[in-house]
Write a protein that binds this ligand. Structure first.
Ligand code: NAD
Length: 507
């Protein structure tokens, strides 16, 4: 018999137990295996978006903390990159085991810290463990390159971990994203300095503790908390940090590119999106409806791959939108630890204000608010799921990343028009296509400006596949071997196989 699903009260009780120690000690940095306050003594407070209560005080790292962490990562690099892949695999699997052991704590803390519904955070915690397992198993072969023989030479390529790397993560699904970035770095022999988002620092601390407990040598994984403009900046400018893997807003990606220029930093940027879900009239409409709703209203719509623009063919638009509306009105907004909740509060007042500002913008630009558009309650940053209709492609609600539970519906007549609207934004992260016509699916996907396209499906990631965007959605790919390509240098060695003719100059 299955155990009953824990109630909001059960979840809250367990959460309080987990938070107790953070209240007592605050959230500290972890540098070279040591738990440390910020060296300058500075700290900041982190609050829950549910009720704005204080969760804990967080050490605020400064330039000297980043310097200390980068030096520790540099010091540890030689040994870690020379550690046999099989040993790295073993340690990474141990990290995954410990994540599974602490999955309840991770999910509850993440939910409380970010406002994301527990039902999704429980899965995200386990997904974090899978990320470690996947890259653990690739570790022994990470250095493999290719053999590219010619008549005179045997070319052997090999890959070598690039050095200490910086990982900078955002506040949306921070645990999952951190594992996704850090696991391949460690698997191929890099050492890491992680700067998590200031708005959601809890799970990064738990993860760093787990890594330490799993037996990672000191200095291999360092955690420095702080704000982007100083702590993050110092990390991107540090000469010992050879590459920075960044997930966040497009504008921040641009700043980081400038900041990293003097030290010629290798950068991987995973940025914003305004992803279209395109529904043609021959699609399986019930499935398309399920997927469109799931991809914008799960994870509070605070998701880079959310389907925030619905492009629907005119012949079915009225019917499809009506069904959408009925469903949107039934989506449950509430306490993220309530097992029935789908949408929790948005991360922070500033972000809430930004999302709410689009309600006015939509009206002024001539769109209609068919559902939502309002705050729920007076405490916490809850927004009712929102549906904009009568939208045109050039309106701000069709162009800008709102990053909340807000869907913009745009109608189209023909395939050409749909493609032109789909590509008419600065972004190009993901696209979703619904049609039973496979020639059209191929044609359309091939022409769509997006790094990832799902046909007749919601976003389901297969870990070995490439993840990333085009245009303002990013530079580079990760996933599978693409992650290793980023974190490693490729070297070619050409061996002469005989005594080929060498030009004799001056003879
Ligand atoms: P953000 O860009 O504001 O912050 C992300 C991280 O960068 C934080 O840790 C922040 O402290 C740090 N940062 C800020 N300024 C910095 C600077 N000058 N130098 C170094 N670090 C700096 O993003 P956010 O608001 O935390 O996250 C939401 C954004 O992330 C959305 O745009 C979303 O689409 C994007 N995102 C993209 C993906 C993807 O895979 N493409 C995944 C998740 C989120």
């Amino acid at each position: 018999m299955n155990a009953p699903t824990p109630t909001l009260e059960d979840n809250t009780k367990r959460l309080q137990g987990y938070l107790e120690r953070f209240r007592k000690t605050g959230i500290q940095n972890l540098i070279n295996g040591e738990t440390l306050a910020g060296s300058g003594g500075a700290s900041f407070d982190t609050h829950s978006p549910v009720d704005e209560s204080l969760i804990a005080t967080v050490a605020r790292g400064d330039t000297s903390d980043i310097d200390q962490a980068a030096k520790a990562a540099k010091q540890a690099f030689q040994e870690w990159s020379n550690t046999p892949g099989a040993k790295r695999r073993e340690i990474l699997h141990r990290i995954a085991d410990l994540i599974v052991e602490r999955a309840d704590e991770i999910a509850l803390c993440e939910s409380w810290d970010t406002g994301q519904a527990l039902r999704f955070m429980s899965k995200a915690a386990l997904r974090g463990a899978e990320n470690f397992r996947y890259f653990a198993d690739q570790a022994p072969n990470a250095r493999n390159g290719q053999s590219l023989p010619t008549a005179d030479h045997l070319n052997v390529t090999s890959r070598h971990a690039i050095g200490p790397v910086g990982v900078i993560t955002p506040w949306n699904t921070p645990f999952m994203l951190s594992t996704w970035k850090i696991a391949p770095a460690l698997a191929c022999g890099c050492t890491v300095v992680h700067k998590p988002a200031e708005l959601s620092p809890l799970s990064a601390r738990i993860l760093a503790e787990i890594a330490h407990e799993a037996g990672l040598p000191n200095g291999v994984w360092n955690l420095v908390n702080g704000f982007g403009e100083d702590t993050g900046r110092a990390l991107t400018e540090h000469p010992d940090i050879k590459a920075v893997s960044f997930v966040g807003e497009s504008e921040t990606g641009s700043m980081i590119t400038k900041q990293g220029a003097d030290t010629l930093k290798r950068l991987h940027l995973e940025l914003g999106g305004k992803n279209p879900v395109v529904v043609f009239d021959d699609a399986k409409l019930e499935r398309a409806l399920d997927a469109a709703i799931f991809m914008i209203y799960s994870l509070n719509g605070e998701r880079c791959t959310s389907s925030s623009r619905l492009l629907v063919q005119k012949s079915i638009a009225a019917d499809f939108t009506e069904k959408l509306l009925e469903r949107v009105k039934n989506i449950r907004v509430g306490h993220p630890l309530d097992p029935n909740t789908v949408i929790g509060p948005l991360i922070h007042k500033t972000h809430f204000d930004k999302v709410m500002s689009y309600m006015d913008i939509a009206g002024k630009d001539g769109a209609s608010i068919a559902a939502g558009g309002t705050r729920l309650g007076e405490t916490g940053w809850f927004i009712n799921p929102t549906l904009f209709t009568d939208a045109k492609r050039n309106m701000r609600i069709s162009q800008e990343e709102i990053f909340g539970p807000v869907l913009t519906v745009i109608e189209f007549d023909t395939e050409e028009e749909a493609l032109s609207i789909a590509n008419d934004t600065r972004y190009g992260l993901a696209g979703y296509l619904w049609t039973e016509d496979m020639s059209r699916a191929l044609r359309f996907s091939d022409a769509m400006d997006a790094g990832m396209i799902w046909v007749n499906s919601e976003n389901i990631r297969h870990l070995p596949t490439p993840f990333g965007g085009v245009k303002a959605s990013g530079i580079g790919r990760d996933g599978g071997d693409w992650s290793f390509d980023f974190y490693m240098e490729t070297k070619n060695i050409a061996f002469a196989t005989g005594e080929h003719r060498i030009p004799k100059l001056g003879a």
